[in-house]
Design a binder for this molecule. Structure first.
Ligand code: PLP
Length: 377
């Protein structure tokens, strides 16, 4: 199989599977239990937290484990709105966020919030100046993603944090860093966001584990789940020890060769651009700078068909985000793409183990598709 869909989910390396298996079989106690098996499980959770926190550049007690990036996003938005409830109900976000943010915003609108959705330019980018223009006295939350999952555009989070400060805004800043963590610089201290969402399965951890960084400006955070008081009382529920062990191992593996693997992915993206844009009928979509995501369009050829046919040949890519399940993408809509370009958008995404032969196989498959099918638009 030629797997070029790492932004949907990354393959689990054997070392991660081993860490999960070991945790299941050998560290099987409940971390809350007071005998040795419980203590071992507790220590495993604590080591895992330190590893992930270290990679995110924050203190271990600022990181709460969740079940996924979606959960972290939902919770982050609600935390900020709760904190600001006496100051206002205005939220600034972008029209190109992941649905985990956008759908939460829609819920919050139904609950009385007002949301400003910033539109990207044709390249897919959003600027700190747009955020500054949208700020109001009653803005309590700014939520802007670090890397867009469909275009690979990197948004200026640090600049936005500085803008909030220089405008004297008390709004909390959340960034969905699910596609940015260990792909672009993503250090909590440097980004300056108050809330940062990450997810394990985009970097080779098992599905079903994520985390939320909660910075010090978030005062008395409201627990997501009430119960036995795990995760510092913020998210009760017996810890998913095996997933956490897998998350930490995946982080360890990715951080070990990070500079090399990012340079490799960036070079591969340049190679893919060169190879794919040489094919008649293919254009680039957006100007995403992240090294692992490339959006193109086989103009006029419906992307769902292309993805299905290539998939049947063993070449896995995506029609925009995997989360859309065939629905038209709000991201390309917001970018104002031409109808025929929009219809044909494909997302290619790389991992550390992707190589030029994978890209060559994709180029051949796309060429075959173009030559044997007709454009529908
Ligand atoms: N945010 C972004 C930018 C994503 O790309 C995704 C997943 O594709 C999510 C959030 C949701 O993460 P999870 O699949 O862990 O719920």
């Amino acid at each position: 199989m030629i797997y070029l869909d790492h932004a949907a989910t990354a393959p689990v390396p054997p070392e991660v599977a081993d860490a999960v298996r070991d945790a299941l079989l050998q560290t099987a106690g409940n971390p809350s239990s007071q005998y040795p098996a419980g203590r071992e499980a507790r220590e495993l959770v604590s080591r895992s937290r330190s590893t992930v926190a270290n990679a995110l550049g924050c203190a271990a007690d600022q990181l709460v484990f969740t079940s996924c990036g979606t959960e972290s996003d939902n919770w982050a938005l609600r935390l900020a709105v709760w904190q600001g409830r006496h100051a206002g109900k205005h939220i600034v976000t972008t029209a190109v966020e992941h649905s985990a943010v956008l759908e939460t915003c829609r819920q919050l609108e139904q609950e009385g919030c007002t949301v400003t959705y910033l539109k990207p330019d044709r390249g897919g980018n959003v600027t700190a100046a747009q955020v500054a223009d949208a700020l109001r006295e009653d803005t309590v939350l700014v939520s802007v993603m670090l890397v867009n999952n469909e275009t690979g555009c990197v948004f200026p989070i640090r600049e936005i944090a500085e803008t909030l400060r220089s405008c004297g805004s008390k709004a909390l800043l959340h960034t969905d860093a699910v596609q940015g963590f260990l792909k672009v610089p993503c250090c909590a201290g440097t980004l300056g966001a108050d809330l940062i969402s990450i997810s394990g399965h985009k970097i080779g951890a098992p599905k079903g584990v994520g985390a939320l960084y909660i910075g010090e400006r978030v005062r008395n955070p409201r627990p997501l789940l009430a119960g036995g008081g795990q995760e510092g009382g913020l998210r009760s529920g017996t810890e998913a020890t095996a997933q956490l062990a897998g998350f930490a191992k995946a982080v360890e593996l990715r951080t070990a060769g990070l500079d090399t693997s990012l340079a490799h992915m960036a070079a591969l993206k340049a190679y893919a651009l060169h190879k794919l844009l040489a094919i008649d009928g293919i254009v680039r979509v957006g100007d995403g700078a992240a090294p692992h995501i490339l959006a193109i369009s086989l103009v006029g050829y419906p992307s769902a068909n292309v993805v299905q046919e290539l998939g049947a040949e063993g070449v896995c890519i995506s029609a925009g985000s995997a989360c859309h399940r065939g629905r038209a993408s709000h991201v390309y809509e917001a970018m104002g793409l031409d109808k025929r370009v929009k219809a044909g958008v494909l997302r290619i995404s790389f991992g550390p183990e992707t190589n030029e032969r994978d890209v060559d196989a994709l180029a051949d498959a796309l060429r075959r598709h173009r030559d044997t099918r007709f454009p529908m638009l």
